[in-house]
Design a protein around this ligand. Structure first.
Ligand code: MET
Ligand SMILES: [Zn+2]
Length: 769
């Protein structure tokens, strides 16, 4: 029989209970015992959801209090000495590695381990950080064993999930001052996996899921070569270990087919057939004679209802080749990346809610598909009919077929992507109009989002104050930040973004084609969750979105005002995109909407306009090659289309929270933005060398201080940063600004830091005069 399986379930709970519990624990408002109890309660609840839906293979150890990679760091004792010093309880040591720990009264001050994006998702994992003489040690009561037993006691036999040894190491790095290449530690790590697998088997686990997602990357030879010895060794345990399903996701593994050859002894291979359905045949061809295919046909990364008919066809194709006993129906990846359940959505309109499926619903979809394959479509006729009806309704909906939007896209010309004249002509006109000093100072857009701002916004949302009252409040906020900027003597002002709840949501709410959830939270890192808007249809701009605030701000300030927009790629990447049209089409629709906004800002007298694209880098496809070059082409085109409608004398800025774009610098240059502001305070100024090497002619503001910490940089520190930057950039190119927006900061440190920043800029201005 075909079995049904879930690769992982969201951890937060229906109402983000885990977030609330961990944050209460961090604030000393919840005991450790109660935190652990809450974790246990959530796990039980999530297992039950899956069991009740009829899932055959239910995961355990997919739960984590902070991050599952961090779980493995602790599981294998990859704990840098600095976290061992203070005799912390295991859970506190765990959180200390995840988020740092500062207790001045007890003399504790350890920073967090590095956290980075999990593949191309918006989830972040903690990087395994190894020492040159790394010693591994399996924890005394290994979490996977404990949680397996916990489920068993609750009457559910689960399939524990482990991150595989090759991925665990390959995703890691050497600690500061160390030079170990993590993969070279494989031999030392493997015995711990063997021990762990034996313990799981002894506890009653017949199966285990081992994730090796790095197989979707282009791998260095030495990493590729690590799979064979690793899995030979683990495989040699035979009946002393559970049967292994090796899971990959977020890409295809066809380019690593030769690795599969060495994995034919494993029980099953899982592949993502949502992202790469075309890999099915090749993967089947590469399986061993006994091996099972786990077919990931229900999307773990997005919120759309599965197309049952298509999913069933894919599974049937596998069944024809392998037989029912060698096929598993599964989610494409862990459901970690989807919100908990649609049940909490009371405000979504009936048309679109019928198109969505969150984790709880996806669990049922997997069960239904398995049943359809096992017992024939008649057994689930009603569900299949409802699904087909929903697919058809979505395809034919007015929202997904807006003729005006499509017509406008048809009429986009090459010319519309180009500014009127090249940069030298433009900058001359801009300088005449803006009359800025050398080393102009500015900020990235947002100023502190104070408690008062949040209170007033909530009141407005709840209808407790009128639109007019709220507008007055926002105007007052704008007046205040302008006054502060005058006092600080900044050169290019911003209005401070007080009206924006979030840089994507704000725009989504003003565009047609978007929907919003009330409770569609997805874990981003640790206890932090985001609630991405959903692109449901063709996008257009019914009315100006930011002009009122920017125009008002420009009208009351002495200095040039910078209008502030979120770029098309960032809007798309930080939303749930449509899966029925290519992302390039959605990006172009967003670009056209933003183009109108840019032109309207210019008409309103705003002659500096910043279009933020912090998500451009993370959207880069995981593997080099055509997909990547295609992405860069349409991403760059969408930015150019959004911004090229203005006159030469209007200055276009863009902002990135990354400066690590050595590999695709040509695309950054191709944006043709007059001024780029980039995150740089945490990076090596050497990264700027690429601007020199590529003879980048336009203006750049590499961030001179880190805004993620309340720490105030001294004037001297900022001067040193600027001096360093001047080794790479020409004085006439350089802008002085912070790393990113200041919305998460308090006013006190913001004013102090900006005062030092302006003074540092003035120092160089006088020096170079
Ligand atoms: C994550 S990038 C943020 C840019 C935005 N303009 C801000 O200042 O908050
Ligand atoms: Zn930023």
């Amino acid at each position: 029989m075909v079995q049904s399986s879930i690769l992982g379930f969201p951890r937060m709970g229906a109402n983000r209970e885990l977030k609330k519990a961990t944050e209460a624990y961090w604030a000393d408002k919840l005991s450790q015992e109660d935190l652990l109890k809450e974790g246990k309660r959530l796990r039980a609840e999530h297992w039950k959801i899956q069991k009740d839906a009829g899932i055959d293979i239910i995961p355990s150890n997919d739960f984590a209090y902070y991050d599952h990679v961090l779980d493995h760091i602790q599981l294998f004792g990859v704990i840098p000495e600095r976290y061992n010093k203070n005799n912390l309880a295991p859970i506190d040591q765990y959180f200390a590695m995840g988020r740092g720990l500062q207790k001045p009264d007890q003399g504790i001050d350890v920073p967090a381990l590095e956290m980075v994006k999990w593949f191309d998702s918006n989830y972040h994992y903690v990087k395994p950080t190894l020492q040159d003489n790394q010693v591994f040690k399996l924890s005394e009561s290994p979490k996977p064993v404990v949680e397996f037993k916990e489920a068993k006691e609750a009457g559910i036999t689960t399939r524990p999930v482990l991150l595989g040894p090759v991925s665990f190491l390959a995703l890691g790095k050497a600690d500061r001052g160390q030079s170990i290449d993590p993969i070279t530690a494989l031999d030392k790590l493997l015995p711990l996996y063997e021990d762990l697998l034996k313990q799981l088997k002894a506890a009653g686990a017949e199966h285990v899921q081992i994730d090796e997602p790095i197989l979707v990357f282009d791998l260095e030879e030495k990493v590729k070569d690590a799979f064979k010895p690793a899995y030979e060794k683990i495989g040699a345990l035979g009946d002393a270990a559970p049967k292994i399903t090796l899971a990959t996701y977020f890409g295809d593994i066809v380019h690593n087919k030769d690795v599969l050859k060495n994995l034919q002894g494993l029980h099953a291979i899982h592949v993502d057939l949502v992202r790469n359905p075309e890999q099915l045949e090749e993967v089947i061809g590469a399986l061993g004679p006994q091996q099972t295919l786990s077919a990931g046909v229900v999307d773990g990364r997005n919120i759309w209802k599965v197309n049952m008919q298509k999913a069933i066809e894919a599974v049937e194709t596998a069944v024809q080749k392998l037989g029912k006993d060698r096929v598993i129906v599964a989610t494409s990846s862990s459901l970690l990346h989807t919100p908990h359940s649609l049940d909490a959505e009371k405000k979504l309109d009936a048309e679109v809610i019928d198109w969505f499926s969150f984790a709880v619903q996806k669990v049922s979809e997997v069960a239904i598909i398995a049943k359809a394959v096992n017992e024939g479509p008649a057994a689930v006729r009603e569900q299949l009919d409802a699904n087909a009806k929903s697919q058809k309704a979505r395809a034919e909906s007015k929202r997904t077929n807006v003729a005006e939007v499509k017509d406008r896209q048809q009429k986009v010309t090459e010319q519309m992507h180009n500014r009127k004249d090249p940069f030298p002509t433009r900058i001359a006109e801009q300088e005449k109009r803006l009359n800025l000093p050398k080393f102009p100072t500015t900020t990235i857009g947002s100023f502190p989002q104070t408690k008062e701002i949040r209170i007033q916004r909530n009141k407005f949302v709840k209808g407790e104050i009128t639109a007019e009252e709220y507008e007055k409040f926002i105007e007052k906020e704008i007046q205040d930040v302008i006054k502060i900027q005058e006092e600080l003597d900044l050169d290019v002002f911003v209005h401070g973004e007080p009206e924006r709840n979030d840089m994507v949501q704000y725009f989504g709410e003003r565009l047609d084609g978007y929907a919003f959830t009330q409770n569609g939270w997805v874990q981003s890192y640790g206890s932090r969750c985001v609630r991405p808007p959903i692109v449901v249809g063709d996008i257009s701009r019914p009315a100006p979105m930011t002009v009122k605030e920017s125009k008002y701000a420009a009208s009351i300030s002495k200095r040039p005002m910078k209008g502030m927009l979120t770029g098309p790629i960032t809007c798309l990447r930080w939303s749930f995109p449509r899966n029925d049209v290519h992302q390039s089409i959605q990006a172009q629709q967003l670009a056209l909407a933003l183009r109108d906004e840019v032109v309207d800002l210019e008409k309103a007298g705003v002659y500096v306009i910043q279009v933020d694209e912090p998500a451009l880098r993370e959207g880069l496809p995981l593997r080099a090659g055509k997909e990547r070059t295609d992405y860069l082409k349409w991403a760059v085109d969408s930015f150019r289309l959004a911004t090229a409608g203005v006159e030469n004398g209007t200055q276009i800025h863009s902002h990135f929270c990354y400066s690590e774009f050595q590999d695709f610098f040509y695309a950054i240059a191709a944006l043709d933005a007059d001024v780029l502001s980039i995150e740089n305070s945490k990076s090596d100024a050497k990264l700027l060398k690429v601007f020199v090497d590529e003879a980048y002619p336009r203006h750049i503001g590499p961030g001179v201080y880190d805004i993620h910490s309340p720490r105030v940089p001294s004037e001297q520190e900022i001067k040193d940063r600027i001096a360093e930057m001047l080794q790479y950039l020409k004085p006439e190119q350089l802008w002085i600004d912070p790393d990113c927006g200041l919305k998460t900061r308090g006013w006190k440190e913001t004013k102090a830091a900006l005062t030092n920043m302006v003074n540092a800029a003035k120092y160089f201005r006088e020096q170079k005069a």
